[in-house]
Design a protein around this ligand. Structure first.
Ligand SMILES: Cc1cc2nc3c(=O)[nH]c(=O)nc-3n(C[C@H](O)[C@H](O)[C@H](O)COP(=O)(O)O)c2cc1C
Length: 184
């Protein structure tokens, strides 16, 4: 797959599917994109930031307040000059924050700060996905112009099948390519 190189910000939420985002990160880099990764605190319970810094080739900021590395604020500096923000996995919590303008950590603050297109890849149990509050928040995100991929139906880590599985890295890469080509 050949593609114009782009600057992609990959935001990783605290769900089991975070391990797939390491593959996504590596594949984006292999396609020639400049990838920066931001993680929620919960995401660090699933994949270490060393994995993402090594795969992306860029340090993963610890949080909002890293004044020595980002004097203007990590949310300002990282949101500048990115072509696409990808949120994978997008937890129910992140989706709720995005839909309601809550900016209480680096990922949710960048969401509000950025001006580029965004691709959201939700992942959660089917019980969470089916909740009216989550569906309301998803409707809001779509109305707000977010691009959404998945979730898919299939095996979930809670040991049942249902809707809530994060789309596979290849599918997300396909959407990333489309959005980048559209923006160029
Ligand atoms: C083992 C485990 C797996 C989880 N998987 C998910 C998940 O797939 N999706 C989700 O929305 N929340 C999941 N959660 C709950 C989130 O980690 C929790 O809501 C957290 O506050 C999300 O924070 P974040 O949105 O800042 O990453 C999981 C929690 C645990 C302990």
């Amino acid at each position: 797959m050949s593609q114009t190189p782009a600057s992609v910000l990959l935001a990783v939420g605290g769900g089991i599917a975070a391990y797939k985002s390491a593959i996504l990160c590596s594949r984006l880099v292999q396609l020639g994109h400049c990838v920066n990764v931001v993680m929620t605190k919960s995401a660090g319970q699933f994949v270490g930031n060393s994995t993402f810094s090594a795969l992306s080739g860029h340090p993963v900021p610890e949080g909002l307040f890293q004044s020595s590395k980002h004097p203007l604020g990590a949310h300002i500096e990282l949101a500048q000059e990115i072509d696409l923000m990808v949120v994978a996995p997008a937890t129910a919590n992140l989706i709720g924050k995005f839909a309601n303008g809550i900016a209480d950590d680096l990922v949710s603050t960048i969401y509000l700060q950025r001006t580029c297109p965004i691709l959201v890849a939700p992942a959660m149990s089917s019980s969470m996905w089916d909740k009216p509050s989550v569906q309301r928040n998803m409707k809001t995100l779509r109305e707000d112009g977010c691009h959404v991929i998945g979730p898919e139906q299939g095996w979930l880590s809670c040991r049942e099948s249902g809707t809530g599985r994060m789309s596979e890295p290849d599918a997300i890469l396909g959407s990333v390519s489309q959005l980048i080509s559209r923006g160029k």
